[in-house]
Design a protein around this ligand. Structure first.
Ligand SMILES: Cc1cc2nc3c(=O)[nH]c(=O)nc-3n(C[C@H](O)[C@H](O)[C@H](O)COP(=O)(O)O)c2cc1C
Length: 274
């Protein structure tokens, strides 16, 4: 089966597909020729779909992606500059949640959108473990606390640096600072030897966090949680992560209890203009 099909009636030979291809696996032949894949196309193609998505005439099909399968980009309504700034500045790490589980479809939608994040070489290395039962989220938070107690005992200096004693004291006083009482924790994980796991994982969770408020949800990175997943075998096993995986990150998710009224400030960019 051919990997690339060019509709010669539609192709206007503008070469945009060639220029947009990140892997340089499409070439123009003679001036009157339509584009064609290079010999090693299948070896080097990233399967990013840019060629099909960028073609102004819908002439470019891959054997796994036709123009008809790609939803058209809606030019309107578009986010204004001000709305875009609000979208990005309004996202908050949410640490107070309603006692209400999130519907499965909404959790699934979060993951669907997260998977549109960029990833190195379009590798899309993400696997997801979603803790659906609030009681389980609480149980896993307790396992993180158990692990913290061990670190406090065995390596008090490191524990202090990472703020563990305060988190454990809070737990003992009845305050849960691991998942902050969120009903769900979502772990993104993948091949433990994959070099860009941390970056790709963080980007996917960034997408998830930016999208969550649009469907009424709040979220917050679970830094303690995912560190514990990688450092504490009982937690890793309790989550049933594959043995050749590691956690790239985690977020707690739920319905936010409070609404923010103002945008807090952040540091100005530290820039060296050269
Ligand atoms: C890698 C990473 C780990 C984090 N871990 C935690 C965490 O374990 N618990 C928590 O409450 N917040 C955690 N956060 C959230 C940060 O504290 C938060 O992003 C920061 O205070 C800024 O607030 P904002 O996200 O509302 O702008 C983490 C954030 C990142 C990026």
């Amino acid at each position: 089966m051919k990997t690339v099909t060019i509709d010669v009636e539609k192709c206007n030979k503008d070469g945009i597909c060639v220029m947009a291809c990140p892997a340089n696996v499409i070439q123009m032949g003679a001036p009157d020729d339509v584009p064609a894949p290079i010999q090693d196309f299948e070896t080097y193609c990233l399967k990013c779909g840019h060629c099909t998505a960028v073609c102004p005439t819908g002439a470019f099909s891959l054997n796994w992606l036709s123009p008809d399968q790609c939803p058209p980009i809606q030019r309107e309504p578009t986010l204004s500059e001000q709305q875009s700034e609000q979208l990005l500045r309004r996202r908050r790490s949410i640490r107070n949640y309603k006692d209400k589980p999130v519907e499965r479809e909404k959790l699934a939608k979060l993951l669907e959108i997260a998977c549109y994040a960029p990833s190195a070489r379009n590798n899309q290395p993400w696997h997801w473990t979603v803790v659906v039962e609030p009681a389980q989220t609480r149980r896993f938070a307790g396992m993180v606390i158990d692990w913290m107690r061990t670190v406090i005992e065995q390596n008090p200096e490191q524990a202090e640096l990472r703020g563990f004693p305060r988190v454990v004291s809070a737990w003992d006083a009845g305050e849960e600072r691991i998942c902050r009482g969120a009903p769900h924790i979502i772990v993104v994980h993948g091949d433990k030897n994959y070099g860009f796991g941390a970056e790709d994982g963080a980007l996917a969770l960034g997408y998830l966090e930016l999208y969550a408020p649009a469907i009424g949800l709040g979220s917050c990175w679970g830094g303690y949680f995912y560190s514990a997943v990688n450092a504490c075998p009982p937690l890793f096993e309790a989550l049933s992560l594959p043995t050749d995986h590691r956690a790239f990150g985690a977020v707690m998710v739920g319905y936010a209890k409070f609404r923010y009224q103002r945008l807090p400030l952040r540091n100005n960019p530290r820039v060296n203009w050269k």
